[in-house]
Write a protein that binds this ligand. Structure first.
Ligand code: PGA
Length: 252
């Protein structure tokens, strides 16, 4: 048995106005008040962070952002720094989500800089990696993961990364209703852990949490969590509803 505390994280993407976000967060706080031995995070849009932080403050639910910019401050119109996220109540930040890689030019290089900024500010970075359908069909899954992990974490040492969380999200499983099978997910997670072991040593590889993301629902979470290398989930669609997300949180 490993000693990794599961993390169930909700990525709200570009959904919910402030009043909707506050309402969902408030309901979630009530529904998960009786949980233990699981970390919980929700990541609303930037504009909802401050009001949601007032609702989740002191509760079982931690607050995360969906992105950041690596500079501390400056003439970077439209961007938000790690310290600004901390000041809005965040403890976590999602970095390198496939939608950011696909639509907003995120690369392993920008991911690498963002992780540094997050760690320097005391945020927990949730690094997202995963292959596309074409890459999987071409037999490139492991080489894609290899590159994303090695380039994304280039020039770090294990001591820097103690807070790091990795999320394996096969792009073909995101928002499609087509989750990876438990065997496919376990195989990828095990491979990612072996990459981490090669680069950062066995103690860190044993401690780092690797979440699965891609069409996680109340109906499939417990099978996924039964896998030895799956330490939680990054949930999109099913995190938007407090009731369904709380059922994922209570997967046991
Ligand atoms: P999904 O999204 O749960 O809606 O598939 C997961 C994600 O993008 O993090």
């Amino acid at each position: 048995m490993n000693t990794r505390t599961p993390l169930i994280a909700g990525n709200w993407k570009m959904y919910k106005t402030n009043s909707e976000a506050v309402q969902t967060a408030g309901r979630l706080v009530e529904l998960v008040a009786d949980t233990a031995d699981v970390d919980i995070m929700i990541a609303p849009v930037f504009t909802a962070l401050d009001p949601v932080s007032k609702v989740v403050g002191g509760s079982r639910v931690g607050l995360g952002a969906q992105n950041l910019y690596w500079e501390k401050e400056g003439a970077y119109t439209g961007e938000i720094s790690a310290d600004m996220l901390v000041s809005a109540g965040c403890r976590y930040v999602i970095i390198g989500h496939s939608e950011r890689r696909q639509y907003f030019g995120e690369t392993d290089d920008t991911v690498n800089k963002k992780i540094r900024a997050a760690l320097d500010a005391g945020l927990i970075p949730v690094l997202c990696i995963g292959e596309t359908e074409d890459e999987r069909e071409a037999g490139q899954t492991f080489s894609v993961l290899d590159k994303q992990v090695k380039s994304g974490l280039k020039e770090y040492v294990a001591d820097d990364l103690a807070a790091l969380v990795i999320a394996y999200e096969p792009v073909w499983a995101i928002g499609t209703g087509k989750s990876a099978t438990t065997d496919q997910a376990q195989e990828a997670h095990n491979y990612i852990r072996s990459l981490i072991k090669d680069s950062f040593g066995p103690a860190f590889a044993d401690a780092v949490r690797i979440l699965y993301g891609g069409s996680v629902k109340p109906a499939n979470i417990s099978q996924l969590m039964d896998m030895p290398d799956i330490d939680g989930a990054l949930v999109g669609g099913a995190s938007l509803d407090a009731d369904s997300f709380s059922r994922i949180v209570k997967f046991k």
